[in-house]
Design a protein around this ligand. Structure first.
Ligand code: SF4
Length: 477
């Protein structure tokens, strides 16, 4: 299988939950994860409680492939949680799909998790040694197993006990027969917000774009270490574990979140345009004829670059809008033409021109070289590459599939060596200071660990070194 959508770096997962008697909660959840589809395209699932039992449907594929009308009408109830997955721990297979469901003394519990745990391996080994089996190879099962095996007298206490035990990045929704709980890790690395729907009902979502889609009003972001409880009393807030800081993933601003989502009171689109402004100041491209993005994610950055540099903005390549993560094995010829399946050069824009190509980031550096080659073949005489984030040098252990530093091109090569490797006439990366200025948030409110190596949550030698860590026999003793 190949990922044709964004082979360089991929989102982590999207979570959505709704509590509302009288609402068609399955349908609301469907629209919620549909608008979070950009965060994961491998699988989707919705679990619904009607107060007596929890029903669930989940499968591999896009939200619209997994859920048709006949599936949604079966999911009746007044609480729902939903998940759309990009795998960062555990293979992309059905057994790892979320939400996950377990039975415990307190009744059935379902969870949906976005993020990665640093100490999942340690907890998992302890549980295996005490006779608790695992059915999946993802780290999220540790969360539901801790909740299910807790001896606490209430679900809230079981969730707090679990939060005290797990370390790393998490935004988790927990659903019982009659409650919906949302929690966020003590640094708030992965996003989670709360909104009001139809006056008296509440929703929790990874991004505000999901609230907009269903017509909910944004209330606020869930605070680091906080637990939000939605039940028949409405919404209750509780500082479940001490807040240890603010370290929202800076790549939410650069690339992950949808452009119309807001975090820290800013829209991603505005922040990305300002990244383009800063990039044009730091790395001008005097004498270039046009600026164009690698669509779609590089578009606001390129608009910003064009605004600040006064170089005309144009479309240089057209993206095939129907390319998503594909489960069809392409033939050899298509594999070689992988970039062309996704992008087609516009000769009218490129021929005879000195061009500036703007991209949000370079992580592995596997696709940008073939793209530049294609642009030259379409007639561009010079290709100047501008990257709207600093070199991605350090692995992410918090929910992005880049935990192997050997795969990161900027960890191995200097900027000049990368320029030569990808075949650009010039290459400029936005500085970290420029990125922070563009976002307009103090650096100490952001995780920038993949850019500067300063990890907000200490990464021990036990942290996972591969997304397949729980599929390696050595770990399962
Ligand atoms: Fe985001 Fe990078 Fe931090 Fe990972 S290491 S959470 S990608 S900023």
């Amino acid at each position: 299988m190949i990922c044709l959508d964004k082979p360089e770096i991929a989102e982590e997962c999207g979570v959505f939950g709704v509590y509302g008697a009288g609402e068609d909660v399955a349908r609301v959840a469907f629209f919620g994860i549909f608008s979070l589809q950009h965060r994961g395209q491998e699988s989707a699932g919705i679990a619904v409680s009607d107060g007596r039992r929890i029903r669930m449907h989940r499968d591999m594929g896009l939200v619209t492939q997994v859920f048709q009308e006949d599936r949604l009408v079966e999911l009746t109830g007044h609480i729902a949680i939903a998940h759309t997955r990009y795998s960062t721990t555990g293979s992309s297979v059905l057994r790892n799909v979320q939400p996950m469901l377990a039975d415990c003394d307190l009744g059935p519990v379902a969870i949906a998790h976005n993020g990665d745990l640093i100490n999942a391996g340690e907890i998992r080994n302890e549980m295996l040694e005490s006779g608790i089996d695992f059915e999946t190879t993802n780290d999220s099962e540790v969360i539901i197993k801790l909740i299910a095996n807790s001896s606490a007298c209430s679900i809230e206490d079981a969730v707090i006990e679990t939060m005290e035990r797990i370390r790393g990045a998490y935004a988790v929704l927990v659903m019982t027969r009659n409650k919906l709980i949302g929690i966020r890790d003590p640094y708030g690395i992965r996003p989670l917000c709360i909104g009001r729907l139809n006056g008296t009902h509440y929703v929790l979502a990874s991004e505000t774009c999901a609230l907009n889609t269903i017509g909910a009003q944004f209330i606020r972001e869930v605070e680091p270490g906080e637990m939000i409880i939605l039940d028949e009393r409405g919404f209750t807030e509780h500082q479940a574990v001490p807040k240890e800081g603010n370290a929202l993933c800076v790549f939410e601003f650069v690339y992950f979140a949808r452009p119309d989502s807001r975090m820290y009171g800013r829209t991603m689109h505005d922040a990305r345009r300002r990244m383009g402004h800063e990039l044009a100041k730091e790395h001008p491209a005097n004498g270039a004829h046009i600026v164009f993005p690698i669509p779609d994610t590089g578009t606001p950055h390129a608009i910003g670059f064009a605004e600040a540099s006064r170089i005309p903005y144009a479309e240089g390549v057209i993206k095939n809008r129907y390319i998503h993560r594909t489960f069809i094995q392409p033939d050899q010829r298509m594999r070689e033409l992988g970039v062309r399946m996704k992008l087609t050069p516009l000769k009218e824009s490129l021929s005879g021109r000195r061009v500036v190509m703007v991209e949000d980031s370079i992580v592995r550096g596997t696709t940008i070289g073939p793209t530049i080659k294609m642009i030259r073949e379409a007639g561009a005489v010079e290709v100047h590459v501008r990257i709207a984030s600093p070199p991605y040098k350090y692995p992410c252990f918090y929910g992005i599939d880049t935990c192997n530093q050997n795969e990161l091109i900027a960890a191995k090569l200097s900027v000049e060596e990368i320029r030569q490797y990808i075949g650009a006439d010039s290459l400029g990366y936005l500085s970290l200071a420029g990125l922070i200025r563009a976002i307009g948030v103090k650096k100490d409110k952001l995780c920038c660990a993949c850019l500067d190596g300063k990890y907000p949550v200490e990464v021990t030698k036990d942290a996972k070194l591969s997304k397949f860590v729980f599929e390696e026999p050595a770990v399962i003793k």
